[in-house]
Design a protein around this ligand. Structure first.
Ligand code: PEP
Ligand code: MN
Length: 338
């Protein structure tokens, strides 16, 4: 349920509605807008008794939110969400690039990548210290030592850090270092993890599950928002289909419905989406054309010797070419690269 207040409603009238919602043992979410304030209501299992609220001074109308996700829905929050971090803002009108290696491998390669990115105006670097690998025998990431490397490189170069949190155990450590906490595809429905990042002071980049519907994905975002963290960025990274010509099937067709149903920004990861570096630039450009708000993309100073995902990582030279073509394409599409 959404309570829409009159444009002339006073702060006191808004407080009265908030108190009334609390008395009904429900959770109010005041949503100030340019013209008027609306108050979202969550926590109800059945329909909310609208009579109690309808009669309060300053209330214009009550709207039923039909989707199972509430805070993530456009029904409840019409305006696009912009997610801010110290280095940049992710949201419509810009196209944000987040690039970097799959894993933190050593300090020199992370620093080299950060310097390269900053020199090219890319202000967010991705790199995993904790890696979810299909095989227990594959490189599992540098763990805490990797986080220390990221913190030092952040300090020296000023680049923002996007890094994955795999379990609640390491939440404090990742939250401290990260500018954006990445929740990986395999953890999209790890509800304890979602509840933990809901309490975090940093934005959350929520990858789509390997076989998740849009509704399941938005329900995962709802977990984070219901717990108090509204700074959620969605990231499409490919889903499982019968196709075997690429690592996953990058579902760019999810972007228009995601934008229609939700106000959250959405990025695309064409690296995991294709699995092959030759296929990445075309899908990166297609993501821009399809209305995404940016990219999460794997690059490596020496991809052929990468400890993980080298086959899908771009060389620095290939990334420079991609950047140039994205800049050319962004202008006619009304986007600015950031
Ligand atoms: C990654 O970004 O390196 C990663 C492991 O991604 P995903 O969770 O999409 O597989
Ligand atoms: Mn990877």
């Amino acid at each position: 349920m959404l309570v829409v207040m009159h444009s002339h409603a006073t702060a006191q009238q808004i407080d009265q509605v908030v108190d009334a919602i609390r008395r009904m043992k429900l959770t109010p979410h005041p949503l100030p807008g340019a013209m008027r304030t609306a108050i979202g209501i969550t926590g109800n299992v059945g329909a909310v008794d609208s009579n109690t609220l309808e009669v309060l001074p300053g209330v214009m109308e009550l709207i039923r939110v039909t989707k199972p996700y509430k805070l993530a829905s456009r029904e409840m929050h019409e305006a696009d969400t912009y997610v801010k971090m110290p280095q940049t803002t992710i949201g419509p009108s810009t196209f944000t690039l987040i690039a970097g290696p799959c894993s933190v491998e050593n300090e020199a390669m992370v620093e080299r990548t950060a310097e390269f990115l900053m020199a090219h105006g890319v202000r967010l670097m991705r790199a995993g210290a904790f890696k979810p690998r299909s095989s227990p025998y594959s490189f599992q990431g540098m763990g805490g030592e990797g986080l220390d490397i990221l913190a030092r490189v952040r300090g020296r170069t000023g680049i923002g850090i996007v890094t994955e949190l795999m379990d609640t155990e390491n939440a404090d450590a990742v939250e401290e270092v990260a500018d954006v906490i990445q929740i990986g595809t395999r953890n999209m429905q790890n509800f304890s993890l979602l509840k933990r990042v809901a309490l975090a002071s940093k934005p959350v980049l929520l990858k789509r599950g390997l076989a998740a519907t849009l509704e399941e994905w938005l329900m995962a975002a709802e977990y984070v928002m219901a717990g108090g963290n509204n700074n959620v960025v969605l990231c499409e990274r490919g889903v499982r289909t019968f196709s075997d010509h690429s690592r996953n099937t990058l579902d760019l067709s999810v972007i228009p419905p995601a934008k229609h149903l939700s106000h959250l920004p959405i990025l695309v990861d064409p690296s995991h989406g294709t699995g092959k570096r030759d296929y990445v630039p075309a899908m990166a450009r297609a993501s821009l054309a399809a209305g995404a708000d940016g990219l999460l993309i794997e690059i490596h100073p020496d991809p052929d010797h990468a400890l993980s995902d080298g086959a899908q990582s771009l060389t620095f030279a290939a990334f420079e070419d991609l950047l140039a073509s994205l800049r050319r394409l962004a202008e006619p599409l009304g986007k600015v690269l950031n």
